[in-house]
Design a binder for this molecule. Structure first.
Ligand code: ATR
Length: 289
């Protein structure tokens, strides 16, 4: 029987995951079907249970259920533990394993697709919500020279940095929380926008001179030209949206389920083509697999 997977969320109809996984299945020759499950806001567990009972093998989890998925998982990967959220569930007999592939997706997009090493670099992460929690640990593992977390509400950035300082086994020099107006005079090689500002056509209030020569500006929002990327380009930075992160996090989920790592270029090309035709319908943000 064809193995069943799905993305579960509310809302979920916008999710590109079914198209991405269908393409992965095609390129790897894996026999699987991947659908969408719209769960009631108070009915996540029941919906997961029903899917398992019908023979489902695994799920991607999107808003607003990533914390409930964390609670549901009997075992959690290191990245899921650190992030406090789960975006991938794997059903192993009676046991549910929880993973978080968002941060790996970001790091793979940076290092493999965009060919930008994080090691030794000065990194600015904007935002201190769930998206930032999801990517912190994988970013830290790449050993940047500095990692500054900037947020409008400073206390949230301080709490985030404190959370990861407590977790870390390795020394964390150069990690700090700052308000945006304290960035004047600093320069960064990689600037990652993990805020939702772009969805409101806004951008974090960063000064113009924070882009080091050859800097990469990365926005986790995909399929939408954000004010942050426009601003960064005007400052001479190289820019990227978050579509590659979306595809790479999906590839990691696929690997967790199937033990096969799909080649991601054809899925990327497919989505770019599709967005060229219908950008508004396809836009989103890397919080919702
Ligand atoms: P998520 O879990 O998806 O990251 P969230 O928890 O609502 O969503 O966090 C959204 C992030 O975007 C926050 O860091 C938020 O800043 P505040 O904590 O100060 O609210 C940030 N954000 C949203 N709109 C913004 C804007 N216009 N300028 C700067 N930061 C913004």
């Amino acid at each position: 029987m064809t193995d069943q997977y799905a993305v579960i969320g509310n809302p979920v109809e916008h999710s590109l995951s079914p198209e991405i996984h269908a393409e992965f299945a095609r390129v790897t020759g894996q026999d699987l079907a991947y659908g969408r499950i719209l769960a009631p806001r108070d009915g996540f567990r029941q919906a997961v249970q029903a899917f398992r009972e019908s023979g489902g093998k695994g799920l991607n989890v999107t808003l607003p259920f990533k914390h409930e998925a964390w609670d549901l998982a009997a075992v959690r990967s290191g990245f899921a533990l650190a992030a406090g959220a789960v975006n991938t569930l794997l059903f192993q007999g009676d046991r549910i394993a929880g993973h978080n592939t968002d941060g790996i997706g970001l790091v793979r997009d940076l290092t493999r697709n965009l060919r930008v090493a994080v090691r030794g670099k000065r990194v600015l992460l904007m935002g201190a919500g769930g998206a930032s929690y999801g990517v912190m640990e994988p970013l830290l593992r790449e050993q940047p020279q500095t990692l500054v977390v900037a947020n409008r509400t400073l206390e949230k950035a301080i709490a985030l940095v404190g959370h990861f300082e407590k977790l870390q086994q390795f020394a964390l020099q150069g990690i700090s929380a700052r308000p945006y107006d304290a960035l004047a005079g600093a320069q960064f090689d990689i600037l990652i926008n993990a805020t939702s500002a772009g969805l409101d056509n806004a951008m974090p209030p960063i000064p113009g001179n924070v882009f080091a020569s050859g800097a990469l500006a990365y926005d986790m929002v995909y399929a939408r030209r954000t004010p942050f990327l426009d601003f960064a380009q005007r400052q001479g930075a190289r820019v990227s949206d978050g579509l590659g992160m979306l595809v790479e996090q999906a590839a990691e989920s696929f690997f967790i389920w199937r033990g096969v790592y799909p080649e991601t270029r054809s899925a990327m090309a497919m989505l770019r083509r599709r967005m060229g035709r219908s950008a508004p319908a396809a836009e989103g943000v890397n919080r919702d697999s």
